[in-house]
Write a new protein. Structure first.
Ligand SMILES: [Zn+2]
Ligand SMILES: [Zn+2]
Length: 245
């Protein structure tokens, strides 16, 4: 991976609205790389949003557009057409181009109620935490069940529920752990399982159904890797019921 500001790239890409396109070179220089560096990043990255909105030169399509997405199989032209981008003589409408200055303004704007509805700040925070936890790995182990999974199936799970902690804690990598979405994340978040002081997954409360009890039993007693004091303290807090809600 080239050394450039990947988080910044993701923020700027997020900010490209429907019906607008941005130049490769502009975006690349804004994050400290060249157009080529961006191209190879797009092919490898699963977190870049709407990469089809990035065009060459004065609005040319990529000759080798590849989108790293499990279900979206549209070509770049199809995706742009869905966005309402108009083409003439092989070039996208210049009036639909967005400058990097505009993108920066959108990306750095204070969140407004619309953003909160769209969950953009939460998604951005989740992306940063995942990067801190998992780096550029393609596979990693779930902290609770230990299964090694593609990182798309792992999230940065908050130990203490997100709404109970302040901004600084939300960004602390010690406050999160990698949890799989094949069950562990939900079982933990709903409080059916926790991690005890000995660093073992433990049953909490009563499972609401036999099927949930089976899932909990499969994890109960499993030793988690590397329980740091920071995490241990928070797991203790997670085991205490939330009486503020
Ligand atoms: Zn990316
Ligand atoms: Zn798991």
């Amino acid at each position: 991976m080239p050394a450039f500001d990947v988080d910044r790239l993701h923020d700027l890409l997020d900010a490209v609205p429907v019906g607008r396109w941005v130049r490769y070179a502009d975006l690349a220089s804004a994050v400290g790389t060249a157009g080529q560096g961006l191209g190879s990043h797009f092919k490898a990255c699963t977190e870049c949003e709407h990469v089809w909105r990035v065009l060459h030169g004065q609005g040319r399509l990529s000759s080798d557009f590849v989108r790293n997405h499990p279900t979206d199989r549209r070509t770049q032209l199809e995706a742009l057409a869905d966005d309402g981008i108009r083409f003439r003589d092989g070039l996208a409408d210049p009036s639909q181009q967005i400058s990097v200055a505009e993108l920066v303004a959108v990306a750095d704007r204070e969140p407004d109620p619309t953003d909160l509805l769209r969950m953009t700040p939460v998604r951005r925070e989740q992306r940063r935490l995942r990067r801190q936890l998992l780096g550029d790995a393609t596979d990693a182990a779930c902290f609770l069940c230990g299964r090694v999974l593609p990182v798309e199936l792992l999230v940065a799970a908050h130990i203490v529920p997100r709404h109970r902690v302040d901004e600084a804690q939300r960004r602390d990598p010690e406050a999160v752990f990698p949890a799989c979405v094949l069950g562990c994340d939900a079982l933990f978040e709903l409080g059916y399982i926790g991690v005890d002081e000995a660093g073992r997954v433990t049953r909490l409360g009563t499972a609401p159904s036999a099927a949930v009890a089976v899932a909990v039993d499969a994890l109960h007693g499993r030793e988690v890797p590397g329980l740091t004091p920071g995490r241990a303290r928070r797991f203790a807090e997670h085991r205490t019921p939330d009486d503020t809600h």
